[in-house]
Write a protein that binds this ligand. Structure first.
Ligand code: GDP
Length: 474
């Protein structure tokens, strides 16, 4: 950190009702004071003496050019003094009218007055470097911002509140105490015994290791939570795949993205069903209207099934089940999924019981939902099933203290894997009956690898790498 005062526009660069500029650093209050004026009853403008104003106060006034006092905008100014601010430094926020241009003019004024333009993520980086948050909390800031579902938001908010930090810190404390004991005993063998040390350490590792393993295992759910459940919609032509897709897209009032792939053949679409985010894969194939007979044939189904976390098999309840239906159903045998018995608004030729029997006979373990893409009936059942299948066990809403921690960040996962490997090394050293001073090295290795997760041990340039992907002003 260079100790300079930095500033940036913290809101999106578009016209809106309010724009917010953020200033942080030792000169934040002074610079704001130079540009901020309040209006007296007689219409004249005077300074507000912000330098003496108490922390966490809001001031109404005007941003003016410093020499001419020309008014730029009517603003609210929020003053938060170190250490109780986002960055733990003195912070001033200027809430001006929401024109992208106004915000830029004010930003330029700040820059002309000795403030440096902040780099992307620099405010959060300062919060981290100043020790207000750890690295997992810093990383979760972007996850909160980019969350696309309740599940993703819930998880990111947990990380922001420090759930990963707390669990890792606890593990490190145990290991540090053990290391300190070992070192003390090696220094003073006459007074401190090491007889029971290895069994005590072993007991501690027996508690720590499964926690690490669980965090690593849960990280697969982390990907699903933050990126969405990769979902394929399959079925023979004309069962209503495209109508089903349109139905669920219509229900999601805020479709997040259309992601065109490199070829016209692949198109991914995000759709929220309840609190769950589905990443629908290969929707271009479903939507293609030409060549209807081959539309999502068996081969195409096979490739999208291979790549997905969840498969939605569509059947048509208004027609008899045929060989192609069964062939496609069989392809999904190894994947979690659901059978959508579509067109429930039409006269029923195939009922749920019949499909149940069919799937049982073919060893297919999937629930069946009666659905109509025309009326949307069945959507609630689909929502319940998705939440049940993927996340219920992790998110008991009534008991937020008890929910599982799910790592969504690949860097953190890699550090956990390193920590796990270093525990294996430590155990090997223990079982090889090597001199105890060698244990210190291995113990510290586990401690350090866990420290990498929370940023207590920071590798070269890591902070720069992490924060460069942040938004401007964050
Ligand atoms: P795809 O080939 O599997 O994508 O099937 P489409 O979505 O193109 O649907 C085939 C035909 O079935 C179209 O005429 C749709 O309007 C109709 N269809 C699809 N779903 C339903 C439904 O739930 N109810 C009714 N009545 N018709 C449907």
């Amino acid at each position: 950190m260079d100790g300079q005062t930095i500033a940036a526009i913290a809101t999106a660069s578009a016209n809106g009702s309010i724009s917010i500029l953020r200033i942080s650093g030792p000169e934040a209050v002074c610079v704001a004071d130079k540009l901020f004026r309040v209006k007296k009853r007689d219409g004249s403008f005077v300074g507000a003496n912000l330098v003496d104003a108490p922390t966490h106060t809001i001031h109404y006034g005007f941003i003016c050019r410093d020499v001419s006092f020309e008014i730029i905008d009517e603003v609210l100014l929020l003053l938060m003094r170190s250490p109780k601010s986002y960055t733990a430094e003195d912070v001033v926020e200027i809430h001006c009218h929401g024109g992208a241009y106004i915000a830029k003019v004010i930003l330029n004024l700040l820059l002309e007055n000795g403030v440096r333009l902040a780099e992307p993520g620099e405010f959060t980086k300062r919060a981290f470097l100043n020790g207000r948050i750890d690295l997992t909390q810093a990383e979760s800031v972007m996850d909160v911002i980019s969350a696309k579902s309740d599940m993703a938001l819930n998880t990111a908010e947990g990380h922001l509140a420090g759930d990963i930090k707390n669990v890792i810190t606890e593990m490190r404390e145990v290991l540090l105490t053990d290391t300190a004991y070992l070192e003390a005993a090696l220094d003073d063998p006459e007074h401190i015994e090491l007889d029971d040390f290895e069994s005590m350490l072993s007991g501690h590792l027996d508690e720590i290791e499964p926690q690490i393993e669980k965090l690593i295992a849960n990280s697969e759910n982390g990907r699903i939570i933050s990126d969405g459940i990769k979902t394929a919609i399959v079925g023979r032509p004309n069962v209503g795949k495209s109508s089903f897709l349109n139905c669920i897209l219509r229900e999601d009032r805020a479709i997040v993205t259309d992601i065109p792939g490199t070829t016209r053949d692949t198109l991914e679409e995000d759709v929220r069903i309840g609190s769950v985010l589905l990443k629908l894969i290969d929707t271009a194939g479903i939507r293609a209207t030409e060549d209807t007979v081959e539309k999502i044939g068996v081969e195409k189904s096979l490739s999208s099934i291979k790549d997905c976390d969840f498969v939605i098999c569509v059947l048509d309840s208004s027609e008899a089940i045929n060989d192609k239906d069964i062939e496609i159903l069989k392809l999904t045998i190894d994947k979690p999924g659901v059978i959508i018995l579509n067109k429930s608004d039409l006269e029923e030729i195939v009922g749920i019981d019949h499909v149940k029997e069919l799937v049982n006979n073919n060893g297919i373990n999937k629930q069946i939902i009666s659905f109509s893409s025309t009326t949307g009936s069945g959507l609630d059942a689909l929502e319940n099933l998705l939440e049940e299948t993927f996340f219920k066990e992790f998110f008991s809403k009534s008991n937020t203290n008890n929910k599982e921690i799910i790592i969504t960040n690949i860097r953190q996962k890699e550090c956990l894997i390193r920590a796990k490997e270093s525990i294996i090394n430590l155990r090997q050293t223990m079982s090889a009956n090597l001199p105890e001073d060698l244990l210190t090295v291995d113990l510290l290795d586990v401690y350090k690898n866990l420290g990498l997760i929370i940023g207590a041990e920071i590798e070269d340039d890591l902070a720069d790498k992490i924060f460069k992907d942040f938004c401007m002003g964050k």
